[in-house]
Design a binder for this molecule. Structure first.
Ligand SMILES: [Zn+2]
Length: 443
């Protein structure tokens, strides 16, 4: 092949999402990640081996992975050293010895080490972060590359097996159930398996001196991890998780994953966060008086909206946050609190007092996590529910979840499925007014 024809065969160093133009990579899609991590909490030293099994989506002479802040020790592609390996601050650019054919499966092994630390982003520091005595990983939206080489865009979902060894005495919580735990010379090795497709930003590791207790075993095991000092408070605050689980299974359809864990850190956290199969709260989100039920319901709802059904482009973030916010209102309504009507009216008044300068269906990267994305998103859903009536609305919503299960979603998909399943053409115009306009409609 002539040299000047080779340029179409270079994988793009971007997933092409204009909200995060430097994240993700083109030319291939990852099938599974097998991460084997050896970590020392005391010194924050990580030695890792990432085995990435992927498939090309075009003939590839070169491709990249997102990777930041750690040192590469060795890379192989299908067992061979690459012809060329270039490291930039955010990418690992690999030219394999032999070009990869279109549709070919290949395996990249990256050995690496270093002191992992968060990545600076327009949304604050994201990724692997040390706690006073442990670790938290908050990957959204671009932090995954701080602890493993990856194709860091939510549209490239893959399966995961995560093994982490660290000092005995710590408990490790990650995505999916523990499938193996072994002790070896003062260290404990934990292995987790996520058997449902997962986006990179939802991959996580939580390490701490945690106690655990079972909250329920059905429909999936629900386990609480917490510092001993908060034992009394967490038992009260998270005691309703099984009821929330039952409600959301009824309203949204079956819980999508094999287990659910809640981690409460001994440190304060700015905000709680969701990962696939678990949610993480700070000690400041616990009061022993159900003061944060709203947040607990919100994070659980992300297992359906965000984790199981994941945005294909970050501009559709309201499909995660608006839905999780609406789930807060649904929980309040079902548990003897405010009705969704009352919550909607109160929040419309609140949103009305803020500038009308945001389109939540395309809020811009700086304002992805603006409160109005959450509240107007929830208001949009409430308006659709009122227009369709409860039975039709919830049937159509469950159909949307079932049809898009473990896949990627867009606002267009949501409207199309809701209209098809409800037999109503009101959904599109409501979304137009609440999601794509700046002015605030009446309820
Ligand atoms: Zn959220």
């Amino acid at each position: 092949m002539a040299a000047n024809l080779s340029s179409p065969f270079l994988g793009s160093p971007s997933a092409g999402d204009d909200y995060l133009p430097t994240s993700g990579n083109g030319g291939y899609s990852v099938l599974d990640y097998d991460l084997d991590l050896d970590y020392r909490v005391a010194t924050n030293r990580l030695n890792g081996v990432a085995v990435i099994h992927a498939r090309t989506t075009m003939p590839l002479e070169r491709f990249s992975l997102d990777f930041a802040g750690l040192s590469v020790v060795k890379v192989t592609v299908d067992g061979e050293r690459p012809r060329k390996l270039a490291e930039t601050p955010r990418k690992l650019v690999i030219t394999p010895e032999r070009p990869l054919a279109d549709g070919a499966e290949f395996t990249v092994v990256v050995r690496y080490r270093g002191a992992p630390h968060p990545i600076r982003s327009p949304w604050g520091e994201v990724g692997w972060e040390e706690l006073a005595d442990g670790v938290i990983v908050a990957g959204q939206p671009s932090g995954a590359a701080s602890w493993f080489p990856c194709n860091d865009h939510p549209s490239d979902k893959a399966l995961y097996r995560i093994t982490l060894a660290c000092e005995a005495g710590y408990t490790v919580v990650s995505n999916g159930p523990v499938v193996l735990r072994a002790n070896r010379s003062g260290r404990t090795i934990w292995t987790f398996e996520m058997r449902q497709p997962m986006s990179t930003y939802l991959a996580t590791v939580q390490i701490g001196r945690y106690r655990s207790r079972s909250l329920a075993l059905e429909p999936v095991p629900q386990t609480l991890f917490y510092p001993q000092a908060l034992e009394r408070e967490v038992a009260i605050d998270f005691g309703r998780v099984p009821d929330m689980m039952a409600l959301f299974c009824r309203l949204f359809g079956p819980y999508p994953f094999d287990a659910y864990a809640v981690v409460v850190t001994p440190d304060e956290l700015e905000i709680p966060l969701e990962a696939q199969g678990l949610a993480i709260f700070g000690r400041n989100h616990v009061d022993g008086a159900h003061g944060t039920d709203r947040l607990i319901a919100h994070e659980l709802a992300h297992q359906w909206f965000g984790n199981c059904l994941t945005l294909a482009r970050w501009r559709d973030i309201w499909l995660h946050e608006g839905f999780a916010c609406y789930a807060e209102w649904l929980w309040a309504e079902a548990s003897g609190g405010k009705s969704a009507d009352a919550n909607a009216a109160a929040h419309r008044t609140q949103v009305n007092a803020q500038p009308k300068d945001i389109v939540i269906g395309d809020p811009g990267p700086q304002r992805m996590f603006d409160d109005r994305v959450y509240k107007r998103g929830a208001l949009a859903l409430h308006a659709i529910r009122r227009a369709l009536g409860d039975p039709v609305f919830f049937d159509a919503l469950r159909a949307y979840v079932a049809e898009c299960r473990f896949g990627l979603v867009s606002t267009e998909d949501f409207v199309e499925i809701m209209e098809a399943r409800s037999g109503s053409d009101l959904v599109g115009p409501i979304v137009e007014r609440w999601v794509y306009a700046k002015s605030l409609p009446k309820l």
